[in-house]
Design a protein around this ligand. Sequence first.
Ligand code: NAP
Length: 280
Amino acid sequence: MKQLVLIGYPLGHSLSPVMHSAALKAMNLDSKYRYDSKPTLDHELQACVESVKEGLLEGANITIPYKTDIMDYLGVISEEATVLGSVNTLYRVDDCVAGCNTDVSGFLESLREHAVSLKGLNTTILGAGGAARAVAFALLKEGITQLDILNRTLSKAENLVRRLNPKGTCEVHAGTLDTTTVDLSETDLLINCTPIGMKGHSVTESPLRNNIMHSGMVVMDLVYNPQNTTLLRKAEQAGAKTIDGTGMLIHQGAAALEIWVGKKPPIEVMRNAVVQALGG
Ligand code: NAP
């Protein structure tokens, strides 16, 4: 049996094992591959990478808090993951361990599913953490016109703008996530990359206190538990088109699974497994 694992700490909340196990079963690969959570302490990270190198593990997903720390132990890192400073997938290449990041493609695939074309859009991101970094990188790659990064801690939004090093005609600004001053009148696409609205964190809250969303915009929430967050309900009330976080979760997972097993995973099977696990 080839073992795939999710490495992070803590891992109780993760839907990855349910999603990947459903896909492996539907692909008739469940007698060949197994996917499990592996709660890992930081001093165990190097040993996990060694296990992939030696073939004891076939591959791994990396989640919070190790997406950056794991990079110290890898032989090869994809260009995208290097720019992001974040790896979420490990696999073996010859006799070394490679790392890449499937969050960018997962985010873009989720937007494509909803027929959102990014070229020329004015976009606003709430948050400036790891997920915001992947989303900002993806947006710039796809030719948006404007990007506003609004964060509770302004210096982190400013650091992200510097890291993105925007070139070309796209305007990129950093600002504070101050609900009294946020103006979304020119925003075509808003993406919440904070955990506000997440079960166990702040499920009844929205990152935007007053309803400043409008019917001309698309609102995406990376929070996927619950699927229908307070932000998305408010956006619906304002007439905006909404996209929940399950699509990105599924597509980043599918991209990793394809690397490990060499076949396109069944997206709808993965989606059903996730929705069911969320109680939908
Ligand atoms: P992270 O690196 O810890 O960043 C968290 C961001 O949220 C920071 O910008 C932080 O602001 C902000 N924030 C946290 N609590 C806040 C609060 N109470 N009020 C205002 N701002 C707050 O986390 P991450 O990895 O980027 O993940 C962010 C969210 O995206 C999580 O809910 C995660 O589950 C979700 N996510 C979903 C997917 C998916 O596939 N759907 C993928 C990745 C992440 P400061 O800088 O001020 O601390």
